[in-house]
Design a protein around this ligand. Structure first.
Ligand SMILES: CC(C)(COP(=O)(O)OP(=O)(O)OC[C@H]1O[C@@H](n2cnc3c(N)ncnc32)[C@H](O)[C@@H]1OP(=O)(O)O)[C@@H](O)C(=O)NCCC(=O)NCCS
Ligand SMILES: [Zn+2]
Ligand SMILES: [Zn+2]
Length: 283
């Protein structure tokens, strides 16, 4: 059982550096958010406490085995080690945040997890991501509450989600939160999933603040520098997949972006900023 005391003890023993995105180092516990009725703890690639990522992987493996229809390929074979590997290789390196959600004052068992990713929509439109409740804790209202808190933290203009047509529980959950089906916007999962959107009711008033393109407050701190375009000629390009860009034979730099889709698995799209070479590679 992961208690707050245990967490802090391990935290102190193992130092305070965790990787949320690529090589950037962040202090995960410092970014835990106390929302009153619940506590949000970021799921981080961490050297400390070793049990944290393992704990997350164990929860996720259990929940994902029960929600195969909603997340069939994430990862394709569900076990604790495969989920841990998938988190490290395919999930955490993306510009995204995922929070484990705990009821206030009780770190024994999370309610679920919820987060967002920035790479497939154009901010301030933002994809809600990792929407998965602990089957033992369904119907508490806490997933809805987590959605509201995360909306306050992230402050997108619009949320986008892609439920499967038959996923009535998820669609009921979204519509209760104010989402509506959207047949106009681009649906990357056309034929497999529906596209649903939520618009900030105050987006006219909040629009000016978002025009800067900056992510707000704590979320901005955690993902600082991540959400920028590729920088031609910059060997430390902030928008590139970890370990990119690499030198091209032409002398330019090959930049890389990661992608996934339900049918075609995982891939890296590569682009040279000098000769224009374009390649897509499965990974
Ligand atoms: C989508 C999902 C996260 C919703 O979780 P949830 O536990 O139903 O969400 P909540 O905690 O907000 O609980 C809401 C339910 O509790 C009830 N409830 C009880 N007290 C409540 C309260 N104070 N506030 C809101 N709802 C409350 C609601 O009536 C609702 O029940 P209903 O769906 O039968 O109408 C969950 O169904 C899930 O994990 N599904 C599998 C994965 C999945 O499909 N993900 C989405 C992929 S697109
Ligand atoms: Zn780049
Ligand atoms: Zn080149």
């Amino acid at each position: 059982m992961l208690t707050k005391e245990q967490w802090r003890k391990d935290y102190l023993r193992h130092g305070s550096e965790v990787t949320v995105w690529g090589e950037k180092q962040y202090d995960g516990i410092a970014h835990a958010v106390d929302c009153g009725d619940l506590l949000l703890i970021p799921v981080c690639q961490a050297d400390w406490p070793p049990m944290w990522l393992e704990t997350c992987a164990a929860h996720m493996a259990a929940w994902r085995s029960e929600a195969r229809d909603a997340y069939p390929n994430d990862p394709p074979h569900v076990s604790v080690p495969s989920v841990a590997l998938w988190l490290a290789l395919h999930y955490l390196p993306l510009p995204r945040l995922l929070w484990m959600i705990y009821p206030a004052g009780d770190l024994s068992e999370p309610v679920g997890h919820l987060g967002f990713r920035l790479d497939r929509e154009k901010w301030p439109v933002c994809e809600l991501d990792g929407i998965l409740g602990n089957p033992a804790k369904r119907g508490s209202g806490l997933m809805s509450s987590a959605f509201r808190h995360i909306t306050d933290l992230v402050q997108p203009d619009t949320w986008v989600v892609f439920p499967k047509p038959g996923n009535e529980a998820a669609k009921r959950f979204y519509s209760r939160l104010g989402f509506v089906p959207d047949t106009e916007g681009w649906n990357r999962y056309a034929g497999t999933c529906e596209r649903w959107v939520w618009h900030d009711p105050q987006r006219d008033q909040n629009g000016a603040q978002r025009a800067s393109g900056a992510l707000p407050g704590l979320v901005g701190d955690m993902l600082e520098g991540v959400w920028t375009d590729h920088k031609n000629g910059d060997e430390r390009c902030p928008a590139c997949w970890p370990h990119y860009p690499v030198k091209c034979a032409c002398g330019g730099l090959v930049h890389a972006e990661y992608g996934d889709d339900t049918d075609n698995g995982y891939w890296l799209a590569k682009h040279c900023d000098k000769c224009g070479l374009d390649a897509k590679e499965e990974c």
